[in-house]
Structures are given as C-alpha cells and as structure tokens.
Design a protein around this ligand. Structure first.
Ligand SMILES: Cc1ncc(COP(=O)(O)O)c(C=O)c1O
Length: 458
C-alpha cells in the first residue's frame, strides 16, 4: 500500500503510481508495495511460472468487451483474434457477445475450440490457400472476406452451399501523421482498390485489382452471396473522424455498385485499429465517441446517396486485449556505461515483444516486486537477444536502486505480443496466465527446450 493509495487526495498533486488508462483495471499494490493484478501479486506469479511470463487480467478483457457492446449498440462487434487468441480468450469474447475474426487455420481452430459459433466467425487473409478456404467452408464460417481475384475463383470452385462473402477494399484513407500504421491506402497488399479512387485505378496494371471488377466476378458465381464491403484503415487510429470518412467513402462505393450492378449490399465492415495508450499522454479512441461519429456519418452518407442503412461491423483487437496484458521480466544485470546510458538487462526481449524493433513502440514499465520511494534514474531496459536494438523501453525512469533479481512489469502487452512471439535465439515462448479474484490459471504453458528439439528432425 502506498501513501497515494491511502490518501487518494494527494493524487491531485502526485502522478498515480499506475496510470489507469494504461494498466489493467484491477491493478493495485499490496501492503508490501508489490504490484498486484487480479488480486494476485505479480511476484508470486513470477515465482511459480518463471519469467518472462505474460499475465492477463480476465476482468480487464471482459470489461473492454462489455464496454464495446454497450457503446456500439447497433453495431456488430467482432473481436480481432490476431491480437491475442487462446481458447479461453475466445470464450471471453463469445461470452461478451462478440464474434471473432480469424486469419489462419490455427486461429480458426482455436476459436472453434473456444466454443465460438462458426456463424459468428469472419475469415480474413490476403493469401488464403484453397485448403484454408475449403476448411473454413466445411466448418461453416459465417463470412469470408475476399482479398484477391484468385481467391474468388478458388472459393467459387470449392463452395458446396451458398457462402456469405464481403469484398475487402482500400478506401484510400491515409492515416499517416496520426502515429498509426496505415493499411487503408491503395499502394499496399490488402484488398481491391476502389474504382472511385481514380489515380490508384489508373495506376493499377491489372483491372482484376479493382473493386468493380471483383464485384462483377463474385456476382458471376451465384454460390457466392455477396453481402457487403470491408475495409481496415490501419492501426492505432485515435481520431474517430477517420472512421466517419471511411463510412462516407464506403457508402459511396456501395451506391456505385447498386448503380452498376443493381445489387444492394447490406453489410459494411469498417475493420479495427482503435488506438490504445501505451505511455502516459498517448491518445485513445473511446468506443462511445466512435459510436457517435459512426451514427452521424451513416445518417449523412446514406441520405446523400439515398442508400438503405447497412448493418455495420467493427473489428477491434488491441482495444479489447492490449490493456489486459502485463509482461513480467526478471532483471539479470545492470550496466552503467561511463558517460552513456544505464542498461537494465532482462530475461526476455524481442522474441516475446517484437513491437519495439518493428515499430519503435514505447512502453510503460514498473518495478513489480517492491515499491521504492527513493530517487529515480533514466535507464534503458534491454532484452536478452543478440541484437543491439533489442530493447523493451528506452530512456525511462526506474528506481535508482534497481538491481539483479528485481522484477519488472511492462504494461499494455496483451495485444500482438503472445500472438507475435518468436523463437529467436531458440528461446522458448513465455507462458500466458490469466488472473482473476486472487486465482491464477495457466492458459498456455511455457515452450520448453524439449518442445523446440521435438520439431528438429535431425
Ligand atoms: C482486417 C483487420 N481487422 C481488424 C484488425 C485489428 O486491428 P487492431 O488490433 O488494431 O484493432 C486488423 C489488424 O491488423 C485487421 O487487419
């Protein structure tokens, strides 16, 4: 228990030890100053499961799912499994009334094993194989999002009953300058370009790469039931107006399809990409704000095109799973470079968190096994891998007395950590444990040297 915990009024003057915008909803410190999540001291988890370990706050995940459902009442919320998926996580999403989007055979298998109704599963991917499409059709996935002309031909050839499909398009919304990853522009690998996007249309060498042609191809196969369009404008989008803009462009494209082909598409999926804060002050996209913008944009766009209001689908991943996760690392060494940085080396790194090396991501780190009221110093938390750039957090403040054996917790690591982990340096992937009401449940066990050797055929 910190002074701050005991006297909340001083919170106005001092920054809180754990920013509630970043840490899991159940984060607190116990009487010994240890960091706790889900009423479990993180140092107890580290003792039992070793480090590094991914810890998931079940309450946080369920809370985010519920908040989405409440805020976006007239919108279907489909959880993006690529951000984090285990059978338990799939069940939490299902219990919260969410569908699941998957983009690989294993993600599909996990969602099914988690008890998700196949009708509530959406299959994505820009390079789906005929085998993957066949398996998805066989289990009865509700919707398949088509990404290439080849895929349309494959699916039409192997479907045995009517399959609901959407066409993924790029609405040409460039979210650069918004500290985000862009996928909604034409010059990237996903989907078909919109015919309305004249420059991209002209530049497209192959007519088969544009949406108008894709619609024609799909409609030529009556076994494919074209119900709508899909777009995903990027990641870490904090300005809801960008989704409003996407709605306008997509409704215009749907009206164009009605004009050309006489078909009225009834579903509009605007993907995910909702921003979450990783460090204090980062912008966040609130589902309530998003709901207001979507509502207004739909009203305006449908009125302008005299187009019937389609069912709207959103696919948040990170916004539901990121803040539930905390990664635990043991400090192995502290090196002070004369005239340079202080490196705090831990037992994980880019194999369990590739986002720093990939995107220059920033993180919030806390000492988890004790509370130090002493002075702080600026350090770099370095990983264990054979890359100079293997860092978890650069130039952050930690207690000056940090030493080998201390336990660090890194916040906001629920999304794209477990799901993006690798075996670099033949390091086994960490376990994933869920905490709730003082109980710990192992969801995925640690990958061992024996696991790694078992795949080596000699
Ligand atoms: C099609 C699609 N939907 C949803 C998402 C989820 O994005 P986020 O986790 O940023 O919400 C992604 C992420 O890449 C995506 O490609």
């Amino acid at each position: 228990m910190t002074l701050l915990d005991m006297l909340p009024s001083i919170g106005h003057a001092a920054p809180r030890r754990f920013d509630p915008a970043i840490w899991p909803v159940t984060t607190r410190s116990d009487d010994e100053g240890r960091l706790c999540v889900g009423d479990v001291a993180l140092s107890d988890i580290a003792d039992e499961f070793g480090t590094p370990t991914y810890v998931l706050d079940e309450c946080d995940f369920r809370h985010r799912a519920r908040r989405y459902r409440r805020a976006l009442r007239d919108v279907e919320v489909v959880y993006a499994g690529k951000s984090l998926l285990t059978t338990a996580v799939a069940r939490w999403a299902r219990d919260g009334g969410l569908g699941i989007d998957v983009c690989s055979p294993a993600e599909l298998a996990i969602a099914l094993a988690g008890g998700v109704d196949p009708a509530r599963i959406i299959l994505h991917g820009n390079a789906k194989s005929p085998g993957e499409l066949r398996d998805a059709v066989a289990v009865g996935v509700g919707r398949i999002v088509l990404d290439s002309a080849m895929e349309i031909a494959y699916l039409a050839g192997l479907a045995r009953r009517r399959q609901r499909v959407l066409i993924r398009v790029t609405p040409d919304i460039d979210i650069h300058g918004h500290r985000a990853v862009t996928t909604g522009i034409s010059d990237q690998k996903f989907g078909f370009t919109l015919a309305a996007d004249k420059a991209a249309h002209k530049a497209a060498h192959n007519a088969a790469d544009n949406a108008a042609d894709a619609v024609k191809r799909v409609l030529a196969h009556p076994i494919l039931d074209l119900i709508g369009l899909h777009c995903h404008i990027g990641s870490q989008v904090s300005d809801p107006a960008l989704y409003g803009e996407a709605i306008h462009r997509m409704i215009a494209a749907m009206a164009d399809i009605r004009r050309r082909h006489g078909v009225i598409l009834t579903e509009l999926n605007i993907g995910g990409g909702h921003a979450v804060p990783y460090v204090r002050g980062d912008a966040e996209l609130h589902p309530e704000e998003l709901a207001r913008v979507l509502e207004d944009a739909l009203d305006d766009a449908c009125a302008a095109e005299q187009f019937p209001r389609p069912a709207v689908v959103v696919e948040p991943g990170r916004a539901i799973s990121a803040r539930a996760g905390v990664t635990l690392y043991r400090v192995h060494s502290v090196k002070e470079r004369p005239g340079g940085r202080t490196f705090v080396a831990v037992d994980g790194g880019m194999s369990d968190n590739p986002r720093v090396a990939l995107y220059g991501a920033q993180y919030t780190v806390a000492l988890a096994n004790r509370h130090s009221l002493g002075v702080k110093k600026v350090v770099t938390v370095a990983g264990r891998h054979c890359e100079a750039g293997d860092e978890i957090a650069r130039d952050i403040k930690l207690p000056a007395d940090i030493h080998p054996g201390d336990l660090l917790a890194v916040a906001c690591t629920g999304a794209y950590h477990h799901s993006m982990a690798s075996n670099y340096n033949m390091v086994g992937r960490p376990p994933l444990v869920a905490v709730k009401d003082g109980r710990i449940r192992e969801l995925v066990r640690r990958e061992t040297v024996a696991d790694l050797l078992a795949r080596d055929c000699g």
